[in-house]
Ligand binder design. Structure first.
Ligand SMILES: NC(=O)c1ccc[n+]([C@@H]2O[C@H](COP(=O)([O-])OP(=O)(O)OC[C@H]3O[C@@H](n4cnc5c(N)ncnc54)[C@H](O)[C@@H]3O)[C@@H](O)[C@H]2O)c1
Length: 263
């Protein structure tokens, strides 16, 4: 899908979503930015000549109501990008550090918001010949690594949902792309300032891309209607290795994650 002239809605008060919003606007889309944070969403939208909506996408009524208002006031949504996510602690957040309340937030924000948006929009889009969903997921949804438990599980589920949506609705004009970055320099990544120990952390994280770089790769992936958009090509190789030898991949990752934890 080319976004020029299209109505594109994206989460984006900061970070990757803000870069995507700007990239969509630069390519001539009419952009609507959604975010929980009223202040940042207004400033991102103002900077790109877009519209701002404050919305907690983890609450179904708020997301439904935002979509209704956008469709009524701005027009039919062509591209909906589900971008918001909570990280849910740090890499050591496991079973004991994931209370039910965190599971509930992570499931609602990182996963159900994708499902609720599609539930609302698919019939509307199909009724007018089609539409497109860009699901921002993560490398953590393809290969389990050092990310927190609730993040890892919800990102895997998000990929499962995106695959389902693509398979079941492509014949009615619904396109789906799944963006899976590895490490992007946004507030979520919260990289420490540089010192000797931080350099070791950065080396473990590997390639760190800018949000703008990832937004450029995304716009190309959307134009080609690629399902899996992988900004870091090494992830594709790792994913292939996982499929070829699942046990070896788990063994290798377990050693890597353990080494990171003892750093
Ligand atoms: N930064 C990375 O290294 C990285 C890597 C892989 C995937 N991702 C994915 O990219 C997406 C964006 O990440 P980011 O790094 O820009 O994160 P970020 O934390 O910098 O920004 C997330 C944005 O989501 C908003 N948000 C959070 N909860 C919300 C809610 N309930 N309703 C509406 N808005 C809400 C926040 O206000 C914020 O503006 C996420 O889905 C993330 O999982 C990021």
């Amino acid at each position: 899908m080319k976004v020029t002239g299209k109505i594109a809605v994206t989460g984006g008060g900061q970070g990757l979503g803000a870069a995507l919003a700007k990239r969509f606007a630069d390519d001539g889309a009419r952009v609507v930015v959604l975010d929980l944070n009223a202040e940042t969403v207004r400033s991102v939208a103002a900077a790109i000549g877009g519209r701002a909506f404050t919305c907690d996408v983890g609450v179904r009524e708020q997301l439904d109501s935002a979509i209704d208002t956008i469709e009524d006031v701005i027009g039919p949504i062509d591209l909906f990008c589900s971008n918001a996510a909570i990280f849910g602690g740090d890499g050591s957040s496991g079973l004991a550090e994931t209370p039910d309340a965190l599971w509930e937030s992570a499931i609602n924000i990182n996963l159900m918001s994708h499902i609720w948006a599609a539930t609302k929009l698919v019939p509307l889009m199909e009724g007018r010949g089609g539409g497109y969903f860009l699901q921002v997921l993560s490398a953590a949804g393809l290969i389990t690594g050092p990310s927190p438990l609730s993040y890892t599980v919800t990102k895997h589920a998000g990929i499962g949902f995106a695959e389902w949506l693509s398979i079941n609705h492509r014949h009615n004009g619904i396109g789906v792309s799944c963006l899976c970055p590895t490490a992007v320099a946004t507030p979520q990544l919260a990289l420490p300032a540089a010192n000797e120990e931080d350099e070791r952390i950065r080396a473990q994280v590997g390639l760190i891309q800018t949000p703008e770089e990832v937004a450029d790769i995304t716009i190309r992936g959307l134009a080609e209607e690629t399902f899996l958009i992988l900004p870091n090509e090494r992830l594709g190789t790792s994913f292939l290795h996982k499929a070829q030898d699942y046990d070896r991949c788990l063994d290798h990752t377990a050693r890597r994650v353990t080494a990171m934890r003892v750093m």
